[in-house]
Design a protein around this ligand. Structure first.
Ligand code: FES
Length: 313
């Protein structure tokens, strides 16, 4: 079940005016594309004529032409703007149209409104302003969407890893809500660090995870012990088909280097090696072993609703 609102469905650079992009999201099949001016659109990925996926067609102006019989649908309204081979004097019936969804773009993601009626919710704030080298990616994981969000609070080390960093299970402070996000911080250490026991008093690193109470955005920050940002990451998540979850992410490495950073961390930065890995394959045994703690509150507060299929602009 998905909450109504703006959902980030793709990286901005994955949507273009040449090849329509098919996206399965929250039980909907959509197709994303742009016109030559860069305006992005979202239509239901099903031709109203014979149900062929519109993603198999081509972009024509600010519309999408079905690959089967060539009907063209306007990207903004979904109305059928052209049918080939109409007789002279024949007009396209007004009732022919594909479902169109409201689209917005922020933080390098294409956001599509899923919900009843006209868009009401706000886009995730534009607090993502990359200043260093940026890295992006997308994948589908074999895990239910709600479970993925829960695991991001209960055990993010099962879902992603920062290079040369080991996350711990020790929370630094209480779970809190900030700007519509559930935020939790845990201690982390350099992987080269010798630990006399599991219990460390001072953690040189902090991993802050924040899961949106609405929508599917996750923020993950790696911070120094002085809470200076080292790596910032935004992961867009959403239910795909058959219990899987779509992910796409973008993040960047900040300029500062912590004084105690090990040599291999510094060298990896100089060589521009990927600073983190988002797991495409999830270890089910590790997920099953996670204590269900912080995610309980998340489940209560997210209050999921079914999105009505009337989600049309
Ligand atoms: S199936 Fe799309 S135009 Fe006929």
């Amino acid at each position: 079940m998905m909450t109504p609102g703006w959902w980030a469905m793709a990286l901005s650079e994955a949507v273009n005016d040449q090849t329509p992009l098919a996206v399965a999201f929250a039980g909907e099949e959509l197709v994303l594309f742009r016109d030559a001016s860069g305006q992005a659109f979202a239509l239901e990925d099903r031709c109203p004529h014979r149900r062929v996926p519109l993603a198999l067609g081509r972009v024509v102006g600010s519309g999408l032409q079905c690959g089967y019989h060539g009907w063209t649908f306007d990207g903004a309204t979904g109305s059928c703007s052209q049918i080939p081979n109409l007789h002279a004097g024949e007009r396209v019936p007004a009732r022919y149209g594909a479902r169109a969804f409201a689209v917005n773009e922020a933080n390098g993601f294409i956001h599509v409104w899923l919900g009843e009626g006209t868009p009401q919710g706000e886009l995730p704030s534009s607090d993502y302003q990359p200043s260093g080298r940026e890295f992006t990616g997308a994948t589908i994981v074999n895990m239910e969407h709600d479970q993925y969000l829960a695991a991001m609070l209960d055990g993010p080390q099962c879902l992603l890893e920062f290079s040369h960093v080991r996350m711990t299970d020790f929370f630094l402070g209480d779970l809190r809500i900030e700007q519509g996000r559930m935020v939790l911080e845990r201690g982390a250490v350099w992987s080269t660090q010798f630990l006399p026991s599991q219990f460390v008093l001072d953690y040189p690193l902090i991993v802050r995870t924040a899961v949106a109470l609405q929508g599917g955005m996750i923020w993950v920050d790696l911070l120094s012990e002085e809470e200076l940002p080292l790596i910032t990451l935004m992961i867009s998540t959403g239910a795909n088909r058959r219990g899987t979850t779509s992910l796409c992410w973008r993040g960047y490495v900040h300029q500062q280097v912590p004084a105690k950073a090990p040599l291999r961390w510094r060298l990896a930065r100089l060589r521009k090696q990927p600073p983190l890995n988002i797991n495409s394959l999830i270890d089910g045994a590790a997920i099953a072993a996670l204590l269900e703690a912080s995610s309980r509150e998340l489940r209560t507060l997210r209050q999921p609703h079914l999105i009505p299929v009337s989600a049309v602009v």
